[in-house]
Design a protein around this ligand. Structure first.
Ligand code: FMN
Length: 363
């Protein structure tokens, strides 16, 4: 009996299996509006058998995008474009989720394949904001802009935008919401001592640095339906001496649990250039962090990072290191990864195949 393919009920929703598609920026939106590309990318993963499909970092404000081609949920046109995509994901038996995000001082960038450097205003970029006015790359080699150091008005505006975007996510039909507090984007940049050197109520010890995340999450929880799961993605370690540790994040997760958060998505890195490489290397260790978090807090955990093999994923769930495995690059390589994993693990294929596929190729 496969644990990977056992259903998971979280509050009022049930995932058909424990396989989720990790949020992945597609850099294909126009004015934050989803395009046919998104139907193809997200829809194919649902057809392929995933239990949960989490859409990319979706900006709560235009300046909260990473690139000009990132998705957004700051207006109703964006909701309308998402509705048929989400409906399709549901028709295929998967749960549709979204990651709400603000890019902070790492916004206004080019897509990775065009270099990922920050864009000038002439190139379609914008002024960024962060906990302080220190740029992401303060050695000047990549010429990142100095962000505007956020005041209380800015903070209120961003938190209200998270709330409004969560309400739009409900209207669009999403049933799973993840707050992005990882990879050096706005909420993580407030949490990390490598970035946040403020001396007001938003800076100082861990609890003060967590205030931005906790207040934002609390406001989102107040509007996000109680019966639907709320997750937070944390960078479980900053990978840099003096940065956030796994223990720090376990404490933060405990506070998040008190606010009604259901799951933690355990990623890492990204706060500073020194912590950057770890997004692409060494991240297999994140599975152990998900296990620590689950054990210490009693929260559900999502493991992510270099999960590519069916038996590896099965073992993560069976050994209770995580409740859900999230796959990113493996799903880009093979949207039918869950179908192939089911075949490899000897699981009844009807669990993951649409009826047409089942009839013609499922036996
Ligand atoms: C194309 C691409 C886009 C990504 N976009 C996001 C994103 O929007 N939000 C996020 O938290 N992580 C993002 N990530 C990171 C993934 O969610 C995941 O944590 C990381 O790729 C490690 O998982 P993997 O080894 O299965 O690829 C992205 C990764 C890729 C490859």
């Amino acid at each position: 009996m496969s644990q990977l393919f056992s259903p998971l009920t979280i509050k009022d929703i049930t995932l058909r299996n424990r396989i989720g598609v990790a949020p992945m920026c597609q850099y294909q939106a126009v004015d934050g509006v989803a395009q046919p590309w998104h139907m193809s990318q997200l829809g194919s993963k649902a057809v392929g058998g995933a239990g949960l499909v989490i859409a990319e970092a979706t900006a709560v404000l235009p300046e909260g995008r990473i690139t000009p081609a990132c998705m957004g949920l700051w207006n109703d046109a964006q909701v309308e474009a998402l509705k048929p995509i989400i409906a399709f994901i549901k028709q295929q038996g998967a749960v549709a989720g979204v990651q709400l995000a603000h890019s902070g001082r790492k916004g206004s960038s080019a897509p990775p394949w065009l270099g990922g450097q920050q864009l000038t205003d002439e190139q379609g970029g914008w002024h960024t904001m962060g906990p302080t006015n220190t740029p992401f790359d303060d050695d000047g080699t990549r010429l990142w802009k100095a962000p505007h150091a956020m005041n209380q008005t800015d903070i209120d505006e961003v938190q209200n935008a998270f709330v409004a975007a969560a309400q739009r996510a409900i209207n669009a039909g999403y049933e799973f919401l993840e707050v992005h507090c990882a990879h050096g984007y706005l909420l993580h940049s407030f949490l990390s001592p490598l970035v946040n050197t403020r001396t007001d109520t938003y800076g100082g010890d861990l609890k003060s640095r967590a205030k931005m995340l906790l207040d934002t999450t609390s406001k989102v929880r107040a509007v996000w339906p109680q019966g639907l799961p709320l997750a937070v993605r944390l960078s479980m370690t900053d990978w840099v001496d003096g940065g956030l540790s796994v223990q720090d994040n376990i404490q933060v997760a405990t506070w998040l649990k008190e606010l009604g958060v259901d799951l933690i998505d355990c990623s890492s890195g990204g706060a500073t250039p020194a912590a950057r490489g770890s997004i692409n290397g060494g991240i297999a260790q994140q599975v152990g962090m998900a296990a620590d978090l689950r054990q210490s807090t009693g929260l559900m955990s999502m493991a992510v990072g270099e999960i590519t093999q069916a038996k590896q994923a099965e073992n993560i769930i069976a050994s209770r290191q995580a409740d859900i495995v999230l796959l990113a690059r493996a799903m880009l390589r093979d949207p039918y990864w869950p179908t192939h994993a089911a075949q490899e693990l000897g699981v009844e294929i009807t669990q993951v195949m649409p009826p047409l596929h089942q009839f013609f190729i499922g036996r």
